[in-house]
Design a protein around this ligand. Structure first.
Ligand SMILES: Cc1ncc(COP(=O)(O)O)c(C=O)c1O
Length: 444
């Protein structure tokens, strides 16, 4: 059963507003799988998105030879992390710790790859079908040829982003032959913009935050019938692309002989920005595992937009600025002032909870992960790593475990820390992250 406590206490609100770490349990979570309210999407739609990615796999191999090994399917490994668990003081009795390695996702280097690439492929497929270049059973590798590129070259693909969605959309759109335009917010990292420019993508910088960048992209596309806008705040195609990760994780769990059932709970900790990527994945996991999977989102203390919106169910459009926060965080991928309403609507009955993390803790975890497992990530990707600790050590977390009869099952539980980005971080930038993390550890 969900926590019956509906309104957050004044003490909780004070912590949230002073940017102190919090753990919140969703009182609106429903024990059995409800019908999503915002749309009537289902497992079938998720499978359709997965099938589309399969149809495009031969073309992906041609465009990105680094994906040949995995047959053009852009997917990350599921990695056991026993040394990291020890460094986090996560004992075996608390369950096994795994990392879902989206930091190493080929082509785009982050969790935003599946959704972004799926949406551009869906658009390209529609154009190619409408113009008779392929039918659904064709060999899609032929979309690399001149005729298809000439068709795609008539269209602009436009997106607004904090960085990683832009990298995903820009990379695939430019590779297919579209004109790719990425509007970036002020806190986007320079190296992400440079990388895109080198790929032939037009990068437009904005002095405002993520929302302003998205809005600029939306307005640019509205004015031009040959523009296609990828809407990070509202797109179902993105959402379904993200959800495909759940199907793939299911087969990785099977391969690793990890059971997920009433006796073997699965906990998944996902960094959250606007909410699209973690919600798509959580939606997919809930379709496959129902009550046996417990999804928690992680946000920076300076920018907990999803938590703010979940706490205010009647206040669509509420932002972190409305509660006095400034959104300044090194977790650039999560620096979003307002949650996606689509993601909120989908998660209201499904999400277990949300916790917030200070920037210092991100660097601390980033450093420990490198020291123990040799894994290289960007700060946003570390947001979920405090999850098990928040679950076991906070009153709200312990209450959740007890109220859902989970406390006695933790020895056979599985925890997945979703590590969401980092593949393309330049060496000098990463050295700075490590130095900051090392200083945090030394200060412990
Ligand atoms: C590294 C990283 N992790 C997590 C996220 C969160 O995704 P979303 O904004 O869809 O919630 C992002 C978003 O860009 C990201 O770049």
């Amino acid at each position: 059963m969900a926590n019956a406590n509906i309104a957050p206490s004044n003490a909780f609100k004070a912590r949230l507003e002073s940017a102190s770490p919090c753990m919140w349990i969703n009182p609106a979570r429903r024990p059995s799988l409800p019908t999503p309210r915002a749309t009537d999407i289902s497992c079938r739609d998720m499978e359709r998105a997965a099938n589309r990615m399969h149809r495009f796999a031969p073309l992906i191999v041609e465009l990105f030879p680094e994906t040949a090994q995995c047959g053009g399917i852009i997917e990350s490994d599921l990695i056991p992390a026993p040394r990291f668990a020890r460094a986090l003081s996560h004992p075996p009795e608390a369950g096994a710790l795994w990392i879902k390695a989206d930091h190493a996702l080929p082509v785009a280097g982050s969790i935003k790859a599946r959704g972004g690439i799926h949406e551009v492929l869906e658009f390209a497929e529609k154009l190619a079908l409408d113009h008779g270049l392929i039918n659904i059973d064709s060999y899609y590798g032929r979309l690399r040829l001149h005729k298809a590129r000439a068709l795609f070259g008539r269209y602009k693909v436009v997106v607004g982003s904090t960085g990683n969605l832009g990298m995903s959309i820009g990379t695939i759109a430019a590779a297919l032959g579209f004109k790719a335009i990425v509007h970036m917010s002020f806190n986007s990292k320079e190296w992400k913009k440079d990388r895109l420019r080198k790929l032939g993508v037009q990068v437009i910088e904005h002095p405002g935050d993520y929302e302003k960048a998205v809005d600029a992209g939306r307005r640019e596309a509205e004015a031009n019938p040959y523009s296609y806008f990828v809407d990070d705040e509202r797109s179902l195609s993105l959402f379904l692309g993200y959800s495909v990760a759940a199907l793939r994780l299911q087969s990785q769990l099977r391969k690793n002989r990890i059971s997920v059932d009433a006796e073997h709970p699965l906990f998944v900790y996902l960094p959250c920005g606007v909410g699209g990527a973690p919600s798509g994945i959580a939606f997919g996991l809930k379709q496959l595992f129902g009550d046996h999977v417990h999804c928690f989102f992680a946000e920076p203390t300076a920018s907990p937009c999803f938590l703010v919106r979940m706490l205010n169910p009647d206040h669509a459009g509420i932002s972190i600025y409305d509660i006095g926060l400034d959104g300044n965080t090194e977790a650039d991928g999560l620096a979003v002032p307002r949650a996606s309403e689509l993601a909120i609507d989908m998660m209201r009955p499904l999400l277990s909870g949300i916790f917030t993390v200070k920037d210092d803790d991100l660097f601390h975890s980033l450093y420990l992960l490198n020291e123990t497992e040799g894994i290289r990530i960007e700060p946003s990707a570390a947001a979920g790593f405090n999850g098990p600790q928040m679950l076991f050590n906070s009153e709200a977390g312990r209450h959740y475990l007890a109220a859902n009869n989970l406390s006695k099952k933790m020895g056979v539980a599985t925890h997945i820390l979703w590590s969401t980005g980092g593949l393309f971080v330049p060496d000098d930038e990463y050295a700075g992250f490590l130095a900051r993390g090392k200083a945090m550890v030394a200060g412990d």
